[in-house]
Write a protein that binds this ligand. Structure first.
Ligand SMILES: Cc1cc2nc3c(=O)[nH]c(=O)nc-3n(C[C@H](O)[C@H](O)[C@H](O)COP(=O)(O)O)c2cc1C
Length: 334
């Protein structure tokens, strides 16, 4: 039985990767994940806000820029589990890259196209096997078009591509008008892989106190279908790696993402909920499922259920949507 897979040109023993989270913020945390059997880890992000807070020249530049929101820096909380200094972050990455046998993928998390991108080089020099870019921006400006938002993503990828030699992955939101076109543009700009999809913090309102509440609940498998759909649609048509993200609770979701065509399956919430050792449970479950269903490798199932064999997928998809709606006959279903 071979669980081996390839992601961003990296040879991995199996497809289960620990996504960026507080578990991957420290050397100890990453070591625990390696001991638990993770195939690779994505270190918790180095945030644009951390860089901005430390880099005087960058702060001066951004505070004078038209898109600047200097006060936003003060919103950034102290994260107790994160090493909030840039040099501390880079040092942790350096130690982890040297100490671990599995690849350590660094993560840069930002939104503007300013100074933070330059830190990709420092992450490469610290020994990162690859860089995951999490471009987390909420486009609220009434004058900024979708095309402009997309151009920023592509520019960021192009700039990082020109500054490092290691592979780059981009963790995407699902909210583009044309996720397919965006994916291909990012690959053309130099992304070696795409991670589908990022999750977003969404505030709520507490009606008892009328306060806006902050929450980012851990995911459940109910979040899987959106990523599953787009991976099935894109995986075989793109000349880049695909990492699946969101809603991986057990080996069930791992198998589904592989069937849709993912090269690796990333998990954060389940590991936060059950502990790093849950990686081993998922890996054993994957192996059991493959054996029980007569497959001898992960390669044998990858993409078996992608959407490329379906002609006129859009028409079929629409027809199934309409058919599904018609199943809801009032009085018959609860
Ligand atoms: C507490 C917490 C911290 C996270 N920190 C990061 C981070 O530093 N960088 C990042 O790109 N994603 C971060 N994420 C997002 C996860 O890496 C992952 O993409 C997301 O949670 C979806 O996967 P899941 O459904 O398995 O949780 C974080 C998620 C959680 C719940």
């Amino acid at each position: 039985m071979s669980l081996a897979t390839r992601y961003l040109g990296l040879e991995l023993a199996h497809p289960i990767v620990a996504a960026a989270s507080p578990l991957t913020a420290t050397l100890d945390g990453m070591r625990r994940l390696e001991d638990a059997g993770a195939a690779a880890v994505v270190m918790a992000s180095l945030y644009e806000e951390q860089i901005r807070a430390e880099d005087t020249a960058y702060a001066l530049y951004t505070e004078q820029g038209s898109n600047s929101q200097p006060e936003a820096t003060s919103y950034f909380p102290d994260l107790p589990d994160y090493d909030s200094g840039v040099s501390g972050h880079v040092e942790t990455l350096q130690h982890a890259s040297a100490a671990l046998d599995i690849p350590v993928i660094a993560s840069l998390n930002g939104t503007t196209s300013e100074g933070w991108i330059g830190h990709a080089r420092a992450l490469e020099q610290a020994g990162a096997a690859a860089i995951e870019l999490n471009i987390y921006s909420i486009p609220i400006d009434l004058e900024v078009s979708g095309a402009e938002v997309e151009r920023r993503y592509v520019d960021i990828v192009r700039e990082v591509r020109s500054s490092v030699r290691i592979p780059i992955a981009v963790k995407l939101p699902p909210y583009f008008s044309s996720p397919s076109h965006m994916a291909v543009e990012l690959a053309r700009a130099g992304a070696d892989g795409l991670v589908l999809f990022n999750r977003f913090y969404a505030p709520d309102i507490d009606l008892a106190t009328l306060r806006v509440t902050r929450s980012l609940p851990l995911s459940t498998a109910a979040e899987l279908p959106l990523s599953l759909l787009w991976i099935a649609l894109l995986s075989r048509r793109l000349a880049c790696s695909i990492g699946a993200s969101r809603g991986v609770e057990t080996e069930v979701e791992v198998v589904k993402y592989l069937l849709a065509g993912a090269d690796v399956v990333m998990t954060a919430s389940a590991l936060l909920r059950h502990g790093p050792e849950h990686v081993a449970t998922m890996r054993e479950g994957l192996e059991r499922w493959l054996a029980a269903n007569g497959f001898d490798s992960v390669d044998a199932i990858r993409g078996l259920k992608d959407a490329t064999h379906v002609e006129h997928f859009d028409a079929l998809f629409r027809a199934q949507y309409v058919a599904s709606l018609s199943e809801y006959v009032p009085g018959k279903l609860v």
